[in-house]
Design a protein around this ligand. Structure first.
Ligand code: UDP
Length: 349
């Protein structure tokens, strides 16, 4: 059954990879993105692009849509501590408007991009979905608030929804990958060091209660993550595409963690980058980053049993390799563009 889907935030990292997967599966895709952190050229070819905020979803949605995949949000933990209002306004405010537009247009299926940050400092590991929810920063709190809103919407108005709680998303899918400016996540930062674009990687804390003293995270490949979104959408469809006939019927809000269940320390990531790239990666010791739990590892048993999800790119070296290929191709594209620009302005002079 091919459908028509709205992808909010489809010019961003995860949203663009999911949009590409939807198109490859034969669906039609409309991307709504305000390009505040996304990139126009990251929107897959074949998707219709609407530049706008989630707050304006009502302008786009109508009953011809089979569902919404909602990625548009601010996602920097540190920034959320400095500027919490921005997170409440955009992440929660945008979702309020989106849910109301969905209700009014009769669009009854939602996949929401949630996060492990909703759990906060874990009491035990691996983290299951029934772990206590105590976010340690406004980013996690804003995502948890939206999860609560979605639960209420399902109960009151018969929405079917799946929230996917990501652990550390990494790697690239062909020309779709992680591009933050400035780069904020560990793997892209370490790759910049390997490329010589940055001098050293700062290791935030080496006295954590972990085997080598650095933080442990569960890195999941973005294409495995994308596949879970398509399975989640399929679980909300019945045989004939009726809402209410699938594994996740109308009125249900399913929450699933997405991770590999394997933890890697910051040191192991740096070492893997050295092996994959063949470049030296100098590191310097830095203080702990505020709000960083020592260890975050998922139990994704529920995604496996309820969605039939099966991650296949679980090897850290493979994940890093795809991110490395992406980083190098972007750099060569940027260099070509800069050279073309130089030739152009040279010619004008
Ligand atoms: N980290 C680090 N140096 C950096 C960036 C990140 O040591 O320059 C550590 C960070 O403290 C955390 C892990 O790498 O323990 C993963 O951080 P990232 O920001 O990639 O993802 P998060 O776990 O915060 O979602």
């Amino acid at each position: 059954h091919s459908g028509k889907y709205l992808v909010t935030g489809g010019a961003g990292y995860v949203g663009s990879v999911v949009a590409a997967h939807l198109l490859e599966a034969g669906h039609s895709v409309v991307v709504l993105d305000d390009l505040s952190t996304g990139f126009r050229d990251a929107v897959p070819e074949g998707a219709e692009f609407v530049e706008g905020r989630v707050q304006d979803a009502a302008r786009v949605l109508d009953s011809s849509y089979d569902g919404v995949l909602h990625f548009a949000a601010h996602s920097q933990v540190g920034e959320s501590v400095q500027d919490p209002g921005k997170y409440w306004n955009n992440n929660v405010g945008g979702s309020i408007e989106l849910l109301s537009a969905m209700r009014e247009s009769g669009v009854r299926r939602l996949v929401f991009s949630s996060t492990a940050a909703t759990y906060g400092e874990p009491e035990s590991t691996p983290i299951h979905e029934d772990a206590s929810e105590a976010p340690t920063n406004p980013y996690g709190a804003s995502k948890l608030a939206v999860d609560h809103m979605i639960s209420g919407e399902c109960r009151a108005h018969g929405l079917a929804a799946v929230s996917l709680r990501y652990f550390n998303v990494a790697g690239a899918y062909g020309r779709y990958g992680e591009r933050h400016d400035p780069e904020s996540h560990l793997i892209p930062i370490v790759l910049q060091v390997a490329q010589g674009r940055r001098e050293a990687v700062s290791v935030f804390g080496d006295d954590y209660p972990t085997p080598d003293g650095t933080c442990v995270r569960d890195y999941i490949h973005v294409a495995d993550l994308a596949e879970a979104h398509l399975l989640a959408m399929a679980a909300m469809h019945g045989e004939r595409g009726d809402p209410g006939a699938g594994e996740v019927p109308a009125g249900t809000h399913l929450i699933c963690n997405l991770g590999n269940g394997n933890g890697f320390s910051v040191r192991e990531v740096v070492e893997t980058v050295r092996k994959v790239t063949g470049h030296p990666v100098p590191e310097t010791a830095a203080p702990r980053r505020e709000g960083d739990p020592a260890q975050l590892v998922a139990s994704a048993e529920r995604a496996v049993s309820r969605l039939g999800w099966r991650p296949t790119r679980t090897d850290l070296a493979e994940i890093v390799q795809t991110a490395w290929d992406f980083a190098r191709s972007r750099t060569s594209r940027e260099e070509q563009a800069a050279a073309a620009e130089g030739a152009l302005s040279g010619g004008e002079r």
